[in-house]
Design a protein around this ligand. Sequence first.
Ligand SMILES: Nc1nc2c(c(=O)[nH]1)N[C@H]1C(S)=C(S)[C@@H](COP(=O)(O)O)O[C@H]1N2
Ligand SMILES: [Mo]
Length: 430
Amino acid sequence: MTTQREGPAGLNVTMQRLLHDMRRSLASPSRTPRMATVLGRLLGLAFVVCFATGLYSHFLQDPLPWMHFATRPTWLYQVSQGIHITAGIVCFPLILGKLYVVFPELFQSPPVRSFPHFLERASIALFVAASLVQITIGLLNTFQLYALFPFPFRQTHWALSFVVIGSLAIHIGVKLPVIAKHWRKKPERVARQLTFSTGGAPKAPATATRGVTGRVFAWIDQTPGQHPSPADARTSRRGFLATIAVASAALVALTAGQSFRVLDFANAFGPRKMGTGPSGVPINRTAEAADVLTTANAANWTLTVTNGDRSMLFSRDDLLAMQQYTVRLPIACVEGWSQWATWRGPRMRDLADLVGAGPDVYFRATSLEQDSIYAVMEMGPEFVRDELTLVALELNGDVLDIDHGYPARMIAPARPGVLQTKWLSSLEVI
Ligand SMILES: Nc1nc2c(c(=O)[nH]1)N[C@H]1C(S)=C(S)[C@@H](COP(=O)(O)O)O[C@H]1N2
Ligand SMILES: [Mo]
C-alpha cells in the first residue's frame, strides 16, 4: 500500500468519520449482537426447515433413479409442505427484524478492511439478496402469481435454495465466535452494555475491548443522558421481540389454515378455503382452463393401460366393474393448501396386474391435457403397489366432477398434488 498523506487520506478520514457518526446515530437498545443472535437462530432454523422440506418436495417430483419414498403416514407430504410454506412465511418478519438489528453494520468504517473482510461482506450481501428473492417468489407462488416474475418458478426456487443455504453456512462460519459468545443470555449488568461497536473514531486508536472477531463488537461509550436507562433499554428490546412474535403469529394464524385444518376458520390470506368447490374440494385448474372439456366428456373415452406390447383399453364402465375401494387421502398442493377427501375407484395395482406388470415397475401416467407440465407424471413401484393408490372415479360420494378429473384421475398417498394427475388418458410401464 502507498502512504499518500494529503488528499485521498483526508477524504478517507472524512468518510470514516461520516460512517462512524452514521452508526452511532443508529444505535438502539435492540441493535445488539445478542438480538442478532436470537433472531439469527430462529431464521437459521426456518431456512433449514424450508430447505429440508423443499428437498423432499423436489425429489418426490424429480426423483433420482435410486430413490424410494415413504407412503405412510398418508399425510407426510401434506404436513411437510404445510410446514415449508408456513416457515417460509414466518421468514418475512424474522428477516425484516434481523435486517433492522444489523442495519448499522452496513456503515462499517472502513467499508472494506481486507480481502477476507470483503468476502465476508460480499457473502452477506448475496445471502440477504438471495433470501429476500427466495421468500418473495415463494409467497407469490402460493398465490399463483407466477405471472409477476419472468423466470420459471421451480428452477429458480431450487437453484436459489442452494445459494441461500451455502451463503448461510458461510455466514454462520464467519460469525461463529459472535454467535457462540451471545448464544446464552448474559446477566443483565453485562447485557445492557453489549452493543455493536461504533468502530472507534478515526485516527483515535480503539481503546475499547476488541470483539472476538477482532473488531465487530466492543463496549459502546456510555455517555450519560445519551443512552436509555437499562430498564428502558430492556423494555424497548422486549417490545421489539414482541412485535416480531406478534407479526409471525398473526401471519401463521391468517395463512396456515390452508394447510392445517384447526386454523381454517382464520384463513384470511391463504388463497384456498377448505370445503369450497365441487364435492367440497377446491380446484387447482378447471377442465376449461386445461382445454379438456370435449375429450373428457367424450362418450368413447377409454383408459389405455400398457405393458410393453401388451395393451388394454378400459371404458369408465369397465373400471367401475372392477373391485372398488374407498380411501381417505388428502390432495396436498405444493403451493401449501391441502384438503382431505374420500376417493373411490379400482386400485392401481389391480390394473398393473391385469397387464402383467411386475412388482418393481415404474408407471407413466398421461393426461388428456396437452402441453402442460401436469400432462405427464411418473410413479415408482412403492406408489404403484400401494393399496391406497387408486384410479379414482368418485370423490366424496359423487361422480368425479369434470374439474376434479372426470372420467378418472390418480390419487396416491404422500404425494404432491401436482402428481395426482387429472383426466387420465393412459398408464404405461416404463
Ligand atoms: N391434468 C392435470 N392434472 C392435475 C393438475 C392439472 O393442472 N392438470 N393440477 C394438479 C395440481 S397442482 C393439484 S394441487 C391437484 C388438484 O386437484 P383438484 O383440482 O382436483 O383439487 O391436481 C393435480 N392434477
Ligand atoms: Mo398443486
